[in-house]
Ligand binder design. Structure first.
Ligand SMILES: [Zn+2]
Length: 389
């Protein structure tokens, strides 16, 4: 780590602590205070920062560090919403206390991902203060609603956000994540005919039909688990909720299930949907009383970048400069907005940030503050590698 960067690495830790203290849970979507804080800090650091509402009262932060001429644009992206605290009694520290103890910053969002957001902000402010002559722009986009339905990034893309390369600061433990699996949530409903349980033959039991569906899911799961991606592993399909029936003595006419389907690169929403459709059709052929339909309630595509892409090489070089060794490459364990940026903006995207995904969404979430510092220095070096001669 370079001496002149150390102040900014410390600034990143301080900023991370400050913004962890500001709750920004989604749901319900209370990101405004943290967005305002970040915009104020970035403006104070000499960047052109503005708030862009994704929904009423839910602003994204968009900031630009302008280069000298019309060179390429590098985007640093992160989300400012956090998942709810959950059961507070499981926490040994106040979730919004911003406590630093034994080299760890504790709090909801510390790993996912206010540590990464603070590191990106501090890196941009360092480049500004050090008057690094950039040939293109460095853009920061800190968005709302990532944990729910990606309203924030979608709004910026709709408004014309564009970049040649993007880095998402989600927690990768400072490894370089080259992609993530996609996710589809299906809601499947089976239908029957209600009857008194004493005259069951007059009815059609929707829960029994749901169990037939479940057996077929087992077979489909076997088929898809034969597929694999070297970094991201296998796709998956799991029945995650089921509800049906109204009363002990009534044959149920309705049952509803949710399925969580993880996709690997190469799998599409259309293909995953048609697998479910085919399964329902097959059941209906075998059993004339089987009736079911489904809807898709969430869909994030999978996304990846190749290891020899210039962006990955430039990031690896930056990590080598800061940490003295080449990074590890892996797949990101959760989903994030990389695939949205890759698909909608056609921008090659890599995931790299402080903290661990195992920490995300848990009680006593924390991030190692040394990782925030190293991420900051790496983001500074990466911008220099890509945006200076
Ligand atoms: Zn996240």
């Amino acid at each position: 780590m370079k001496d002149k960067d150390i102040d900014f690495c410390e600034k990143a830790i301080e900023l991370a602590q400050d913004i962890v203290k500001i709750p920004s849970e989604a749901p319900p979507g209370e990101e405004k205070a943290v967005a305002e804080k970040l915009a104020e800090v970035l403006s104070g650091g000499g960047l052109e920062a503005k708030l862009v509402e994704a929904a009423p009262g839910r602003p994204n932060v968009l900031a630009t560090l302008r280069g000298m001429d019309k060179g390429p644009t590098l985007l640093y992206q992160g989300h400012i919403d956090v998942v709810p605290v959950g059961d507070v009694s499981l926490w040994s520290v106040p979730p919004y206390g911003g406590i630093i103890r034994d080299g760890k910053l504790y709090g909801r969002g510390a790993s996912d991902m206010k540590g990464g957001v603070a590191a990106m902000a501090a890196a941009a402010m360092a480049l500004k203060r050090q008057n690094v002559p950039l040939k293109g722009n460095l853009v920061l986009a800190f968005v709302v609603d990532e944990e729910v339905s990606n309203l924030g990034i979608k709004k910026l893309i709709e408004d014309g956000l564009a970049a040649d390369w993007a880095v998402i600061g989600e927690p990768t433990n400072l490894d370089v994540a080259l992609g993530h699996r996609g996710v589809i949530a299906f809601k499947v409903r089976t239908y029957g005919r209600a009857a008194h349980a004493a005259q069951a033959q007059a009815g059609v039991n929707a829960i029994d039909k749901a169990f037939s569906f479940r057996s077929e899911i087992e077979k489909l799961r076997e088929t898809i688990s034969g597929r694999s991606n070297s970094l991201l592993g296998n796709p998956s399909l799991n029945l995650t909720t089921i509800k049906g029936g109204t009363k002990v003595n009534i044959i149920p006419d309705f049952c509803e299930m949710t399925l969580d389907r993880r996709l690997i690169p190469g799998e599409t929403r259309e293909a995953a949907e048609s697998e479910i459709r085919a399964l329902i059709k097959e059941l209906a052929t075998k059993d004339p009383e089987f009736r079911a339909d489904f809807t898709v309630t969430t869909c994030v595509a999978p996304g990846e970048i190749v290891k020899d892409h210039p962006l990955v090489q430039a990031l690896s070089e930056a990590v080598l400069q800061v940490m003295g060794k080449m990074p590890q490459f892996k797949g990101f364990e959760a989903t994030c907005e990389a695939s949205i940026i890759i698909e909608a903006m056609k921008t090659p995207t890599v995931i790299f940030g402080p903290g661990r995904i195992a920490q995300a969404h848990c009680a006593d979430e924390y991030v190692d503050i040394e990782q925030i510092a190293k991420a900051t220095a790496s983001y500074i070096e990466l911008a220099k590698n890509l945006l200076t001669e």
